[in-house]
Design a protein around this ligand. Structure first.
Ligand code: E4P
Length: 219
């Protein structure tokens, strides 16, 4: 399973990259706004900075909601770097844009996916990645993880190549559950990735090892 970091914060991306386990980055307009990046030129320059940190896939989201606008944005975004993946929303013109991008060899991430039906459409349109938003489904009292296993089952039965990118992942438990449910990729913030490190028995065990080593050495 691949690990993407879901942020536009360059320090967090560098830190995840330094861990040696980073496979890519996802961003969205809200994450860009959080870093106070605005305007086409600044946004593209920021994507370039992200692509300079990692060779992994970097999802760059279109703002347009019509086919022509998405097509033009996609053509500009892929000029930034070879590892740019164009992020396209699951709407009618988005499906057209996914199919067009696929015919042009442009890699895509279909975002804002909340149902298995939407995931089927994304795969039919040739999306490279499909992004079901787990946390946001949980937020309305439904079960986000069931969507991952449903899509995994459908894609396996139908032989779709589209990779399942579990998005809106909020915790270490979400990461583990997504892995069990058949996600090909998880994307989340640095804190969720780092939470996987935590176990009190690891901390206690290490403290004891170090104490015993000191004692044996007479320190
Ligand atoms: C995915 O690509 C999205 O950027 C992201 O995972 C959304 O997560 P959120 O629900 O925490 O905003």
């Amino acid at each position: 399973m691949k690990f993407f970091i879901d942020t536009a914060n360059l320090n967090d991306i560098k830190e995840a990259e330094a861990l040696g386990i980073l496979d890519g980055v996802t961003t969205n307009p809200s994450l860009m706004a959080k870093e106070k990046i605005s305007g086409d030129k600044n946004v593209r320059e920021h994507y370039k900075k992200i692509c300079d940190i990692t060779d992994g896939d970097v999802s760059a989201e279109v703002i347009s909601t019509d086919f022509e606008g998405m097509r033009k944005e996609a053509e500009e975004l892929v000029k930034i770097a070879d590892n740019i993946v164009v992020k396209i929303p699951m709407i009618k013109d988005g499906v057209k844009a996914l199919a067009w991008a696929s015919s042009q060899g442009i890699r895509t991430n279909c975002t804002l996916v909340f149902s298995a039906g939407q995931a089927i459409l994304a795969a039919k349109a040739g999306a490279t990645y499909v992004s079901p938003f787990i946390g946001r489904i949980d937020d309305i009292g439904w079960d986000g993880m069931t969507l991952i296993s449903d899509i995994a089952e459908i894609y396996a039965v139908q032989g779709f190549d589209t990779e399942i990118l579990a998005a809106s992942i909020r915790s270490g438990k979400h990461i583990v559950d997504a892995a069990k449910a058949g996600a090909d990729v998880v994307t989340c913030g640095l804190s969720a990735i780092e939470s996987l490190l935590n176990h009190p028995l690891t901390d206690n065990g290490l403290a004891k090892f170090l104490a015993d080593h000191k004692k044996a050495a007479g320190l």
